[in-house]
Design a protein around this ligand. Structure first.
Ligand code: C2O
Ligand code: CU
Length: 471
């Protein structure tokens, strides 16, 4: 359970924040823009930082360029950006650019597309993203640990023209598991109980790495809010009280603007949604964004409204974002789908009795001893043969059956798909609740070897992963 509310009251927190010089206008992670040369440096480092000003000792975390989340990378569409990742950690790492349809060699998956970057080493990623939108980057080496420690950041591929919002804000929500001294709970890393249940659920929420940040906004503004769930395993249901709000993109890809009547958004780990918010509240008001967890309502961030001279926004429907090349693919016109069944099994209260792990059929007890508690089509973990191997251009329909007691967020690398439950919407991560079935349809048009896995990272390490190849 998410039991811990921040121990400081909002007033205390704000006063301390101002006293310590953290009271910037909008609590945004620092951004690294270097459009002059198109090159960036990202250094993976150990950091220590306090979640709350009065905590006795800072927590030991991981980050990029000194912070968690790392800097917001803003890179151009259809141009090559060079990102040199330097590993200053005492352990290997690698960086995956979640949701980008880029060259396989740049996908950042150790053992598949590259060797892990050794301590002291570096890797030069060349990213040439075809689609604008909201993405993110994160470690793909022991990600269940490295993400829980903070090794992630937001990646924005900018549209060729500015979209005319008054503000363009990142809202990266995370879920940490901390002990009473607000130190990372290290003892529970590798807990088979977590792995077989809902993953490493935390007890402490942050937005852009901060505890209950206050966004300073101006009444009458229209803002773009890029909401990203960077938690290891928690499905986040967020409620935005100030309205009206529209969705304009999901998992980076534009959708036709739709008014969200209940002000509520649900994101599986790794999913994103771009919102347009009209800030209609009066100057002086304070509105909170809340996370709904079962019967709890937790405040995670506030918007404080300031006065302006200008006219209030009219509240008319926002224009759609410009289409990406992905939108040219007409899935409905394709008849010749290769159907690929994908049965998700295992976990606590599941009915799995055995699975094949590293070529051997093992009973559940033996599997558990090896840290494997999930399987796809009867196989736990990576297999020698891919789930499917097809020629470039083949339309694929992955028929997922979530035949177990848990929700899963299934992520396909290198491609976006359309979920049968959401026709017309392109995603890279699909949330399936217990017992749900759906089809994920896409054209396998990006050559190389690609992962498919659950983005609840404890499920991934405990067997829920596979791969496919496009030749
Ligand atoms: Cu966001 Cu394979 O990961
Ligand atoms: Cu899962």
């Amino acid at each position: 359970m998410l039991s811990r509310q921040p121990k400081v009251t909002r007033r205390q927190f704000i006063q301390t924040a101002i006293a310590t010089g953290l009271g910037s206008a909008v609590p945004q992670p620092s951004s690294a823009t270097n459009s002059a040369t198109g090159s960036w440096q990202l250094e993976a480092v150990e950091i220590s930082r306090r979640f709350e000003p009065q905590q006795p000792a800072p927590a030991k975390l991981l980050g990029f360029n000194g912070s968690t989340p790392g800097p917001v990378l803003r890179i151009p569409q259809n141009r090559v950006s060079e990102i040199n990742v330097i590993n200053s950690l005492p352990e290997p790492t690698a960086v995956h650019w979640h949701g980008l349809r880029i060259d396989n060699a740049m996908d950042g998956v150790p053992g598949m597309t590259q060797d892990a970057i050794a301590p002291g080493g570096s890797f030069r990623y060349l990213l040439n993203p075809p689609d604008a939108g909201t993405y993110w980057y994160h470690s793909h080496h022991r990600s269940w640990q490295q993400l829980a420690r903070g090794l992630a950041g937001i990646l924005i591929v900018e549209e060729p023209q500015a979209q005319g919002f008054d503000l363009d804000l990142v809202f990266a929500v995370d879920d940490w598991r901390l002990d009473d001294d607000l130190q990372l709970d290290e003892k529970s890393f590798g807990s088979l109980h977590d792995w077989a249940h809902g993953g490493r659920l935390g007890n402490y929420l942050t937005v852009n790495g901060q505890t209950l940040p206050e966004f300073q906004v101006i009444s009458g503004q229209r803002i773009r809010l890029r909401v990203v769930n960077i938690a290891n395993a928690r499905v986040m249901t967020l409620r935005f009280p100030q309205g009206p709000i529209w969705e304009i993109a999901k998992d980076g890809q534009p959708v036709s603007p739709r008014l969200i009547e209940d002000q509520t958004v649900t994101l599986a780990p790794a999913q994103r949604i771009d919102l347009v918010l009209d800030l209609t509240a009066d100057p002086g008001s304070l509105n909170s964004v809340e996370v709904l967890v079962r019967d709890q309502v937790l405040e995670v961030a506030d918007f404080r409204y300031h006065q302006s001279e200008r006219q209030a926004v009219q509240g008319d429907e926002p224009l759609p974002l410009p289409a990406n090349p992905l939108h040219l693919i007409d899935l409905a016109a394709r008849q010749d789908y290769l159907t690929v069944p994908m049965k998700l099994e295992g976990g606590a209260m599941g009915r799995m009795s055995e699975a094949i792990y590293q070529g051997e059929t093992l009973g559940v007890r033996e599997l558990a001893r090896q840290g494997q508690v999930w399987a796809i089509n009867g196989f736990a973990g990576m297999t020698e043969q891919p789930l499917f191997r097809v020629q470039r251009g083949t339309p694929i329909s992955i028929e997922i059956n979530n035949n177990n007691a848990w929700p899963h967020g299934i992520h396909v690398h290198g491609h976006h798909f359309q979920d049968g439950r959401e026709p017309g919407v392109w995603r890279d991560t699909a949330l399936l609740n217990r017992g749900e079935k759906t089809s994920l349809r896409f054209v396998a048009d990006n050559p190389g070897q690609w992962l498919i896995h659950c983005h609840m990272l404890e499920h991934q390490v405990a067997g829920m992963k596979t791969w496919f190849e496009v030749t």
